[in-house]
Ligand binder design. Structure first.
Ligand code: ZN
Length: 446
């Protein structure tokens, strides 16, 4: 009935038919396939991950050589690992990389030696508060080796000497990342980014990876207004590298989100962009309010995921961070307990729907000018007032039309009107569509 402002209008209709629970199931299935891979900021685990994503979307896999200068940083040597273990005096493997890739300090240099228990302990990491869990630790920019193990395993270490073996390589190679673009009618871009550098950890970071993959897959079936750029990058060094190599594209980015920790059972959390009042910030807040559940809005801080690079002062991009329970605020964070049981398909599905609702606002937000600004136009004679009134939805619809007519002076967007009227964006947009059809609104600047 309504042509709508943007392609997402049709998407909402189609979106109702896509059944998020099925997408939730598919995202969880992909997560299960990605879970065993030993990822890091470089190496074959990342390549294998991106190759698996290529079964869903035809993303470009890019390689940036080690040693490349990227602003104040340098692309590091490439790390790969085949095997690692710790053997006791009887020659029994008591810690085994084959059982969990978290057992190795990520980016460990190769080592094969017999060491005393005292020396070994300087290279061991545990979580005494959760004695069954294996911690996830990294040493990217300082050459070191180590093992991560449960505190229970640690307490069983009584031999005076142990055999350590880490069969890894740290050599010139490249940093690998993935990029996928959904072409829209406009050159203006929405940047959607997730980090891909964590090994067997589900909420941080596989939830972000599978959500971005299925969002990209879905958007590529739609006629969209914005161009969507999806980045699958290692944390920190990946965003620094991308920004450094793509400065010419940065000015096209009008909105952006970093997605992480989106599969747990917690409420949504949104960390605002550095700008704080960007359209993306306001769109996310509007969606979270309309979902009706408790949610948390955090002001920008220069800490957290890749948002800190996108929001560095030299770029100051309007990029926020969308999460459920934030990093560091759940005990399973960066431990072996962030596993396939910690994340549920239903929660991934709910996160997917929320992300679509946010993009729906970006796609459909617009500013209009009332063509009949001297007093209210007579809506009844144009068929815009229902003759039989009184129903709640009719009253809401009429109130929405009055708000749109009143505030459409070229300086208020539909999102502004939705915020000021406390009506849902979709109700405001529908009202604007009806008024536009009746010739009462013209798009600004036109
Ligand atoms: Zn992390």
């Amino acid at each position: 009935m309504h042509a709508g402002h943007g392609g997402m209008r049709d998407m909402q209709v189609f979106g109702n038919g896509i059944r998020p629970e099925l997408i939730g199931r598919d995202m969880y299935q992909l997560m299960s396939e990605l879970y065993p891979l030993c990822r890091s900021i470089t190496g074959n685990g990342v390549r294998k991950t991106l190759q698996l994503l290529r079964h869903q979307i035809s993303l470009e896999i890019r390689e940036v050589p080690s040693g490349t200068k990227v602003y104040d940083w340098t692309v590091p040597k490439e790390w790969n690992i085949q095997d690692a273990y710790l053997k006791n005096a009887k020659g029994e493997k008591i810690v085994d990389f084959a059982k969990s890739n978290l057992h190795v300090l990520n980016y460990s240099i190769p080592v094969k030696a017999k060491v005393s228990l005292t020396e070994l302990k300087e290279h061991l990491y545990t979580i005494p508060d959760y004695p069954d869990w294996i911690p996830y630790r990294t040493s990217y920019y300082r050459e070191n080796w180590g093992f991560c193990l449960s505190h229970k395993q640690f307490q069983d270490l009584t031999d005076s000497e142990y055999e350590v073996c880490i069969d890894s390589t740290l050599e010139p190679g490249s940093l690998t990342y993935g990029e996928f673009v959904v072409k829209g009618r406009m050159e203006a871009e929405v940047l959607l980014s997730c980090h891909i550098c964590h090994p067997s950890l589900c909420n941080d970071n596989l939830s972000g990876i599978v959500l971005m993959t299925f969002l990209a897959k879905y958007l590529s079936t739609l006629p969209v207004r914005y161009t969507y750029r999806f980045l699958f990058i290692p944390g920190t060094i990946g965003s620094i590298t991308w920004l450094s190599l793509n400065e010419s594209k940065v000015s096209k980015i009008q909105h952006g989100l970093v997605a992480a920790c989106l599969g747990d059972s917690g409420n949504f959390t949104y960390k605002k962009s550095r700008r704080g009042t960007a359209e993306i910030d306001r769109s996310v807040v509007h969606v979270l309010k309309s979902l009706g559940n408790h949610f948390v809005i955090q002001e920008f801080i220069p800490f957290g995921y890749d948002q800190r690079q996108f929001c560095s002062p030299g770029f100051d991009l309007p990029v926020g961070c969308f999460m459920r329970t934030p990093h560091g605020q759940y005990p399973e964070y960066h431990t072996s307990a962030d596993d396939l049981d910690f994340v549920r398909p239903e929660q991934l599905a709910e996160s997917f729907s929320a992300l679509l609702a946010i993009l729906n606002i970006l796609e459909n937000n617009a500013t209009y000018v009332n063509q009949n600004p001297e007093c209210e136009p007579q809506l009844g004679k144009r068929g815009l007032y229902r003759t039989v009134g009184g129903q709640q939805d009719t009253r809401t619809r009429e109130l929405a039309m009055l708000w749109v007519l009143n505030l459409s002076d070229g300086s208020h967007s539909l999102l502004d009107i939705a915020e000021r009227s406390s009506l849902h964006f979709d109700v405001i947009r529908d009202a604007a569509d009806d008024l536009k059809e009746a010739g009462l609104l013209k798009e600004y600047p036109g």
